[in-house]
Ligand binder design. Structure first.
Ligand code: NAD
Length: 342
């Protein structure tokens, strides 16, 4: 049976890392809105660059690849949510494997520091990139279930780092009794995410390109690959609820679980949806040598349905409409010379 964060006192100290980024920033707001009074948000970015700043939250600017900073971040923590990672969309993780691999420092030091601080629970944001790439060659390939991570053939760099960090989480439970929880996120999107600059992911990039084309009247859109690659995309609100439920489910201690939508679409279909929202039809130019990732990837939600009796269910059309509206606002604010965060 699943529990909820409401099981701990409202004054318990919750630590969220990566809080200057998309999911971490949204998670801080989620806990604040639930009435938690002691939240510590940590990120290495300077404070003015954080995507979201929630009032009354302690904000620390610390580089968590350094052990003593992790000790400081975890002091007095009851629950630790570790979402800090050097990452981005395919364009980033295919080009910057060293940066991705170096996130192992964050995960190593954060686990040890949470353990030493006597934290009750530790959450790790893993990724669908841990799955064996051999199973994802073709568009529409079968959905990935949790056991498909082994035999291991993860995404080079980013995926292997996540897989090893998952193992650290499992061994901290097995050998030292720290309750760890591991969610494998599948493509998260929504307002307050990266939307330009090289780290953005497909939904945000396509929204921005359509907005740009509409604004400039240029009538074309560049698409990475041939558009037949298939993916599923999870709306941020589902991701936050899922993190909360997974972290408070005793059955899931040290057990990796998919957290993703199973609404499978091709990239071409994603473009159709954004065009419908925008009310335009653009000519597509396929960039066949651009980074495009695996051929097909979807989330098998059998396990999450069975254990939590729940799964992410925001329809893509609905989440995209909200995301499009938010990116459009940012786009025109930037055009008007205002400072926006990317
Ligand atoms: P994001 O890039 O918006 O946020 C990550 C944050 O971590 C950034 O603000 C960054 O400054 C911070 N960070 C990086 N290195 C740091 C360091 N050394 N010390 C302190 N902070 C540091 O990314 P996101 O989309 O919010 O992702 C959050 C987590 O979820 C990451 O672990 C990511 O790998 C995982 N994930 C995300 C997705 C997705 O679709 N967004 C999919 C799978 C997994």
């Amino acid at each position: 049976m699943s529990a909820h964060i409401n099981a701990i006192g409202k004054d318990a100290l919750i630590v969220v890392t990566g809080a200057g980024g998309f999911i971490g920033g949204s998670l801080v707001r989620y806990f604040h809105d639930k009435g938690f009074t002691r939240i510590r948000a940590v990120d290495k970015k300077p404070l003015p660059d954080w995507y979201q700043r929630t009032p009354e939250v302690e904000c620390l600017c610390l580089d968590l690849s350094i052990e003593e900073n992790c000790r400081r971040a975890c002091e007095g923590a009851v629950e630790v949510y570790n979402l800090a990672a050097d990452m981005g969309g395919m364009g980033f993780i295919e080009r910057f494997r060293v940066e991705c691999l170096r996130s192992i420092l964050i995960n190593t030091h954060m686990l040890e520091s949470a353990y030493r601080a006597g934290a009750e629970r530790y959450f790790f944001s893993s990724s669908a990139c841990v799955y064996n790439t051999e199973l994802q060659k073709l568009p529409g390939d079968r959905a990935l279930k949790e056991s498909d991570a082994y035999p291991a053939m993860a995404e080079r760099g980013y995926g292997w780092e996540k897989l090893l960090s998952e193992m650290f989480c499992q061994e901290y439970w097995a050998e030292r009794g720290l309750k760890t929880f591991i969610a494998r996120f599948h493509n998260v999107y929504g307002p307050h995410g990266t939307w330009d600059g090289g780290r953005e992911k497909a939904p945000a990039a396509i929204c921005r390109k359509v907005i740009e084309a509409k604004d400039t009247g240029k009538n074309t859109i560049d698409i990475w690959g041939d558009g037949t690659q298939t993916r599923s995309f999870m709306y941020i609100d589902d991701c936050l609820k899922g993190i909360d439920m997974i972290m408070h489910c005793e059955q899931l201690v040290a057990t990796p679980i998919n957290l993703g939508s199973c609404e499978l679409v091709s990239i071409n279909r994603l473009v159709d949806l954004v065009e419908e929202i925008a009310g335009v039809k653009l000519q597509r130019r396929y960039q066949l040598d651009a980074p495009k990732g695996v051929g097909g990837r979807n989330s098998d939600n059998t396990m999450i349905r069975r254990i939590l009796n729940w799964e992410p269910s925001t329809p893509l059309r609905e989440g995209l409409a909200k995301t499009y509206a938010w990116i459009e606002e940012q786009y025109f604010a930037r055009k008007a010379g205002k400072r926006v965060l990317l």
